[in-house]
Ligand binder design. Structure first.
Ligand code: DC
Length: 214
């Protein structure tokens, strides 16, 4: 196996982040959180006082994106997340970001043995030939509960019902957009993490990937 490519898709707060960090360590893979690309574009539009749903400004920001932009801690904010889901619905923005993601997968930095990409359309659009595809999901209620705990751990005041409403709105935008809607690839291993802890999710994913690549 020369370059192992693992695609991990699924809705927000399903556990993709922790899983892909652990998979990266286990299989010596470079990791790309592709949501950061959309967050960086959305954030850049907000910084320019633009409307994230405006194709002209969003596409200009997508064209100007550099790897260094992904390091900005502000990208984790709820404002960046909400703007991201709007720029992500613009087909021209998605097309503009394809090459960056494919290039990362084919030429992973740091001498890694391959790449793991965390996103929504990695197995379906970005890397349809990935060696292993996982679709990580959980009920909206469980994901909202996890997100609420994360926010509280960061000292952010949040209300459970508002977090759940936001989660459902973002799910609807991601699932209903005309290009690359959130859906599992036909050959993806669908893992519902509602009743699983992080160790069980990791073990199931390692088992699936190992069977795929041997
Ligand atoms: O995973 P996240 O919350 O950082 O993603 C932010 C937004 O970007 C979310 O609304 C979904 C969108 N996104 C996407 O459309 N395609 C990806 N590959 C990754 C994220």
């Amino acid at each position: 196996m020369t370059n192992l490519i693992v695609a991990v898709d699924g809705p927000a707060a399903a556990g993709k982040g922790e899983l892909t960090r652990r998979l990266a360590r286990h299989f010596n893979l470079a990791r790309l959180d592709t949501g950061l690309l959309y967050r960086a574009v959305g954030w850049a539009v907000l910084q320019a006082n633009g409307d994230p749903a405006d194709e002209g400004v969003a596409l200009a920001k997508a064209k100007a994106l550099t790897a260094a932009d992904l390091e900005n801690p502000d990208l984790r904010s709820e404002a960046a997340g909400s703007a991201a889901s709007k720029v992500a619905a613009i087909p021209a923005v998605r097309t503009q970001l394809i090459d960056f993601q494919r290039d990362f997968a084919k030429n992973p930095p740091g001498g890694a043995a391959g790449a793991v990409l965390d996103g929504r359309d990695i197995g379906t659009v970005i890397c349809p030939d990935a060696n292993a595809k996982l679709f990580i999901t959980a009920t909206a209620e469980i994901r909202a509960e996890r997100r609420l705990k994360e926010l509280q751990a960061k000292g952010v005041e949040a209300i459970g019902s508002a977090v759940l409403r936001d989660m459902m709105e973002r799910d609807a935008r991601d699932a209903q957009r005309s290009v690359a809607p959130l859906e599992p690839a036909k050959d993806a291993f669908v893992l519902d993490t509602s009743d699983l802890d992080a160790d069980a999710v990791f073990a199931a994913a390692v088992d699936f990937i190992s069977r795929k690549v041997t």
